[in-house]
Design a protein around this ligand. Structure first.
Ligand code: SF4
Length: 546
């Protein structure tokens, strides 16, 4: 291998950056480790360009990592001063008298994850971490015993058929004594590693939601800094898990988002259009009237919780943050937990490198460390939360209340639910689902292509398609009759389109250049034949202030 490091963190999110920074710092106080090399590899062209979250932020992990962070000009916005929870019907709002304490955000910071990641990256670089952006980690490299010994970076400059163009760069192997996978929810390397090594044996299937977010600049008189509004109900039907958020962040910027549980059953569900319909509600539209759309994006959220967490370590590797399913499903918060998991990984790697033994037995202390910390406590308290909503909002609320009074247990020790991909009902059973027509007004509501433009998404068009479909005849045949090609609806970026061809038959066409890298297709395709892989490094969304 041309290059190698003592530790490589894949994906420059809060888990990796906090972990890399802490590892360098710990190494400085250990003479046996002085001068260790630590790198972070990120597919986005610049730090933060592909980071997206709500986001309210609890600074607990940041306080532990950088106790003097307030002197370092962090891009934290205002603290939450007002918050409310409401139930929406199509035209009305019913306020919930109190925000349940476990869901409260009062006192937390409102911020842009993209800006926070840029800032945290600068702190890590100051500590000596090397950060490589615009490079997609494509594969893990194993030795003959099956231990992870590095990552293969995707080549660049290959055409649609995979032939090298002028100035093509072949894949590069980068060696590491320990690789930390911090690539976020449904990470493609993590998915393959978990399957290859059976790391999820005995686990509940990981459950996901898709979160869609728009950032708006609103009129001065519609802006209320530090206000957080959460809603349940419309535009989601009672059988679908999810809810919305409206955060008044700073400088007249308001984040509007919708989270939809991907265990939904009706193939007609169209998360993007549901977000547009949410904005038509009088309670929401009055904030946005006269404003302008600044940015748009989407991501999957790993909500399965404690029982869905795979074993997060093995020979030569650790899995951190949302890639390992680390998230407080009750609060729907993961940034502080992800950072803490990266810090637990750093402590573990420090011990392993000092002993010159990055084996599974040395790295196993990571899981114990994590579960003993406040991360473990938060996840244990929410261990059955997401699964409790599997049968819809009303049973979910009852389960949530019971879990609250039984410290997370509820009526069963452990809920068992099916994989999200298998939850969708066929149209032939219990009546078809015909999607209702939606027409954007181009003031408050828009079509997908307008929103994809707002996401700043760009890919090199002449490259091999990064979405792998095992058997496209399923899409053009049985999926049409059984599910009505739901990919056209669950994809928030119009990547999947059924296009009528010259013979009058509709067939699947892909627009991979639109892809937001949200991985919803990888999670929700009912035949499990779609696999998301990274495109050439540097391609993808370019979020502003998300
Ligand atoms: Fe998300 Fe898949 Fe659509 Fe890309 S193709 S935007 S990963 S659903």
């Amino acid at each position: 291998m041309h290059i190698s490091f003592d530790a490589i963190f894949v994906g420059a999110g809060p888990a990796s950056l906090a972990g890399a920074l802490m590892l360098k710092r710990l190494a400085k106080s250990n003479p046996a480790l002085s001068g260790i090399s630590v790198a972070v590899i990120e597919k986005a062209p610049n730090l933060g360009d592909q980071s997206l979250s709500g986001a309210t932020f609890d600074a607990r992990a940041l306080d532990e990592l950088l106790p003097d962070f307030r002197d370092l000009d962090p891009p934290l916005g205002p603290r939450v001063r007002h918050e409310s929870l409401s139930f929406l019907t199509e035209r009305r709002r019913i306020p919930v008298p109190i925000v349940p304490p476990p869901m409260s955000n009062r006192g937390k910071y409102l911020m842009s994850l993209a800006e926070f990641v840029k800032w945290l990256g600068r702190q890590a670089e100051r500590e000596g971490v090397e950060i490589f952006t615009g490079e997609a980690a494509d594969e893990l490299i194993f030795d003959s015993r099956g231990a992870v010994i590095g990552v293969r970076l995707k080549g660049k400059g290959f055409d649609k058929e995979g032939r090298p163009k002028q100035n093509a760069l072949p894949p590069t192997d980068v060696g590491a004594r320990v690789v930390v996978l911090g690539e976020g929810a449904r990470g493609h390397l993590t998915k393959r590693l978990v399957a290859a090594k059976g790391l999820d044996a005995g686990c509940t299937p990981q459950g996901y939601a898709v979160g869609l977010k728009e950032l708006w600049e609103v009129r001065e008189d519609r802006f209320h800094k530090g206000t957080v509004i959460n809603t349940m109900g419309w535009p989601l039907a009672l059988d679908t898990f999810g809810g919305s958020f409206i955060y008044h962040v700073r400088d007249r910027l308001v984040a509007v988002g919708l989270v939809v549980g991907l265990d939904y059953r009706r193939g007609s569900i169209h998360p993007f259009e549901l977000l547009q319909r949410l904005k038509e509600h009088p309670y929401v539209s009055r904030t946005l009237e006269g404003g302008r759309l600044v940015s748009y994006g989407a991501k999957t959220i790993a909500e399965g919780g404690w029982f869905a967490m795979p074993r997060p370590y093995g020979d030569g590797f650790i899995i951190a943050g949302e890639a390992a399913g680390i998230l407080d499903a009750m609060k729907l918060k993961g940034i502080d937990l992800a950072m803490k998991s990266g810090m637990c990984a750093a402590e573990t790697i420090c011990e392993a490198l000092a002993a010159d033994d990055p084996s599974e037995s040395m790295l196993s202390s990571y899981e114990a460390r994590l579960k003993k910390s406040w991360v473990g406590k938060a996840m244990w308290r929410a261990r059955n939360f997401h699964q409790g909503f599997h049968r819809g909002l009303i049973p979910g609320m009852i389960h949530a209340a019971l879990q609250f009074v039984t410290c997370g247990r509820g009526i069963v020790r452990r809920f068992r639910v099916a994989e999200d991909a298998l939850c969708m009902r066929k149209m032939s059973g219990r009546g078809g689902d015909s999607p209702a027509e939606f027409k954007p007004d181009n003031r408050i509501t828009f079509d997908k292509l307008t929103c994809v433009f707002a996401s700043g998404t760009k890919h090199e068009e002449d490259q091999p398609c990064h979405l792998k479909i095992e058997d496209i005849s399923i899409c053009n045949g049985i999926c049409r009759t059984e599910y009505g090609n739901p990919c056209q609806r669950f994809c928030p970026a119009n990547v999947f389109e059924m296009v009528e061809e010259a013979d009058g038959v509709k067939r699947l066409h892909l627009n991979p250049a639109n892809c937001l890298h949200c991985k919803t297709c990888d999670v929700k395709d009912p035949y499990r034949i779609v696999t998301w892989t990274p495109p050439e490094g540097g391609g993808g969304p370019n979020y502003k202030g998300m």
